[in-house]
Design a protein around this ligand. Structure first.
Ligand code: SF4
Length: 267
């Protein structure tokens, strides 16, 4: 054990199975947030936007009991206002079963935003996204690109826990998507990282297997902005498939996302 400030970084990379890419601690420094950003262009440019998604502007169901008005969602000028407007939502069958509403958290001006599928048991208990084992790993993944959890924003496709941690149905995802869109409009991230197949399908409209498309830039249109999207594996999948190849793939995806953010800040 050493007190060298880069030791934690090295430990994380070692856990992610990528130490072979970094011979000496000093070579890691360029991707730490406080150091000069890389000067080379990201190797892969974002792909053209896929077919436009159906408009996801929030539309309350015909029975509006328990749902905010469209004006309250569209008119929210901060994340706090939006959360207050929607935290009592019962617009889909997941609402009545939740213990806590999981709005999302992080830097409201984050350049990098992560979108997962939905709350699990720990998240439902705490009202926070990505806590528990998968959350711990996500924190390490974020740390491996030189950032902290507080530097990014973390949200989900649905804000209430699906029973037995099942995948949200397309109807549930659609009912909640307008809220996520408004969050994205308010945060204005430079890059979105989708975690697993569900956010890639529901937010970006790409239904191909995550194993096939991870690491390939996509784009999503939210409001009047096109945002580059980097799809990668969900941390829960990484925990189940804890191989060096999977961990290295996630690290490379996040590294590409971070490089894109740095490049955008330079320009
Ligand atoms: S999952 Fe979304 S749409 Fe469904 S009840 Fe919860 S907040 Fe409302």
């Amino acid at each position: 054990m050493t007190d060298h400030p880069l030791q934690a970084w090295r430990d994380t990379l070692e856990e992610l199975g990528v130490m072979g890419l970094v011979r000496e601690p000093v070579q890691v420094a360029p991707v730490v947030a406080t150091d000069p950003p890389p000067t080379r262009q990201p190797a892969v440019r974002p792909a053209p936007a896929p077919a436009p998604r159906p408009a996801a502007a929030y539309a309350p169901p015909t029975d509006p009991i328990g749902c905010p008005t469209a004006q309250a969602v569209a008119g929210a000028t901060s994340l706090q206002e939006l959360q207050l407007a929607i935290q009592g939502c019962l617009a889909c069958p997941l609402g009545p079963g939740r213990l806590k509403f999981v709005f999302g958290e992080g830097d409201p001006l984050a350049r990098l935003m992560f979108v997962g599928e939905g709350p699990g048991r720990d998240e439902d208990l705490q009202g926070r996204p990505f806590v528990g084992k998968a959350g711990e790993l996500l924190d390490k993944m974020i740390g491996a690109i030189g950032l902290k959890r507080e530097d990014v924003y973390i949200g989900n496709i649905v804000k209430c826990r699906p029973p037995d941690n099942r995948t949200p149905t397309p109807e549930e995802a659609r009912a909640c998507l307008g809220y996520l869109h408004r969050q994205i409009e308010l945060i204005r991230p430079t890059v979105i990282v989708t975690l697993g197949a569900t956010p890639l399908r529901e937010l970006v409209g790409v239904s191909e297997g995550i194993t096939r498309v991870r690491g390939q830039w996509k784009r999503v249109v939210v409001g009047n902005r096109e945002i580059p999207v980097m799809p990668t594996f969900h941390p829960a999948y990484v925990l189940r498939q804890y191989t060096q190849d999977v961990r290295r793939a996630v690290w490379e995806d996040l590294k590409a996302a971070k490089e894109w953010v740095d490049k955008a800040q330079e320009g």
